[in-house]
Design a protein around this ligand. Sequence first.
Ligand code: S3P
Length: 738
Amino acid sequence: MRARTLKDSKVVILGLGLIGGSIARGLSREKLCAGVWAVGRNETVLGEARNLGVLDGYSLDLRTVCSDADLIVLAVPGLSIAPLLLELAAFIGSRTIMTDVASVKSSTVDAARMAFGEVPANLVPGHPIAGSEKSGFAAANADLFRNKRVILTPLEQTAPEAVNLVTELWQSLGAEVLSMSVPHHDEVLAATSHLPHLLAYVLVDTLSRQGESEEIFRYAAGGFRDFTRIASSDPVMWRDIFLTNADATLSILDTFTEGLERMRQALVQGDGDYFLKTFTRAKSSRDKFMSLSASHVPTAPRTPGLEFLAEPGGRLSGAFRVPGDKSISHRAIMLGSIADGTTTVNGFLEGEDSLATLAAFRSMGVAIDGPEQGRVVIRGVGLRGLKAAAGPLYLGNSGTSMRLLCGLLAAQHFASTLTGDESLSRRPMQRVARPLADMGARIHLQEGGLAPVVIEPATLRPIHYAMPVASAQVKSCLLLASLYTEGRSVITEPAPCRDHTERMLEAFSYPISRHENRIEIEGGGILKAVPIDVPADISSAAFFMVGASISPDSDILLRHVGINPTRIGVINILNLMGADISYERESVAGAEPVADIRVRYAPLHGIDIPLDQVALAIDEFPAIFIAAACASGTTVLRGAEELRVKESDRIQAMADGLMALGIQVQVHADGLSVEGGQLRGGTIDSKGDHRIAMAFVMAALRASAPIRILDCHNVATSFPGFVELAAAAGVRLGQHEH
Ligand code: S3P
């Protein structure tokens, strides 16, 4: 057999349905081969495909077009493969390579043996995992296989040249090609595809035969749709799949039936514990599966996705509560999970970042109910009760999840791998890995000190550590690791930074001593579950503080905002600039002080931002720079090099955005000088950074023309419902996906 490439191959597709038609469309659109021909039964479809330019030619007769084919793709239902192979065996020589797309590979191999006497070396059994409940050429789509998987099941005798050409075919259509043995393929598919289809068909059929079936379907909502989508698949194809893969399907069906029977008993006995355990396990497995598939995303090119369009002008008014504090939400899940007893959290932030932490702990065996309207119930497993997750923990965009988990997981008796999205995979992890290594941790980073982070089990010793940067994430990481040591750790911070971990440890009755910038903690204690009230996030409130301060006639009340002294840098800085911000109804929510914050418009002036406020306002500078652009005179920020390594390089991203809107800035290595002026309209690249996107939304209140903001999907990491809330408060804001 001579080696050949797809480019100079004549490809013949047998069967021009969804799969065959999609291959033909992909090949012809990109001109990937020397010619695309088809054989089918429906001449109207074949003629239409040729008129569309999808085919170079067709025939109703196999021999006419197949005898000089380089590659034949059998894209017919499983049971049609045997008769086709029999026909082909009569005239096909060894130079023609054949492959198929059937969902069951043992039946293709059996059919080939019957037809040819032995499985020929030029046949490569294959299966694209790219079905759809739609069928037929009309549904065919050149991109059907893009980013999908194709499993090839070559046998020992299969010729490498044949495998290469078939691999090239699928790769050129955008698929990832994997290889497996025939029996393994059929077992895996029976469990992951064939059984779910069987269940969906049976459920819909059973319900449709109930007396009031129309009534049932009329009220069937999302759950029914999600569960039964695949019952719309092609019945002939699925009949063939079950006839050809009966053994593997029966085996997994029996196991499933046992599970169903146990569930039935739990229903009879009202065994809520059994439900909760089963559902928690299942949910964690599914979340993990979804995050694993999501973890493919970083390698795919990032699309600008969600766009905001903010019309100029407007003023802010009304009383409202922004979502829960992100930092406190993370810590509530972490400490609640390793506490003894049940922790109920209210006001939890249902944003992607804190949900990533929640999913990670579920994956490590913690039963967590919710979140439901901000309420989460965590059944703590104690300091030593976490279990190894079945795969990597995917933490999305969340730096806090990754850095704090490094400390907690470095001390476990199991290994863990932490991964994140593109932005998180660019952020420095050495700052936690280095001191943890001094404690005896075995942590491996990628080149450049980046994620994925691989953590091996280790026994940690206490640390005395003077932090080189004022980072609450580093401090919290080390505090969590210290819980697992024998002895006393001492951590000192160069400047005060948020102390939610310390406060929450105290709330969980864990002894910790704090004097000025020195924190001491002894390992081996117990955390006692305690209810947590998460205040509204001052970092989210900050956008509205700035919005109200810069738009004349504004007057807003931000309810129940956390005013922890280590977080109020933004209020101090805005007040120094002349803002009118005051507290009402001050109180204490558990371990954290809160207040309603009143903000009224006031003309602002530029200032030199005091160095001691930098760490206390570290997340709020995007918003503060917008205030600076609307102030008279110059505002100067120095000593804030940390901004370069946030979700984006926030110094550069803000400088670029402000300049695009006609504001003069001077970029420093450790900060930015902003000259107040008139904001114009324009287009801003938020660089996928939630806070950059939200800051420029507020800029529109004082801009002379619309501001379009790109790449805004990550606003959901910290502020779900931002667009709706900003619009209700008075920003003329819309969004669209493209
Ligand atoms: C956070 C600490 C800060 C902050 C981040 C949240 C926390 O990061 O910027 O958004 O929850 O501990 P650094 O510790 O890197 O300053």
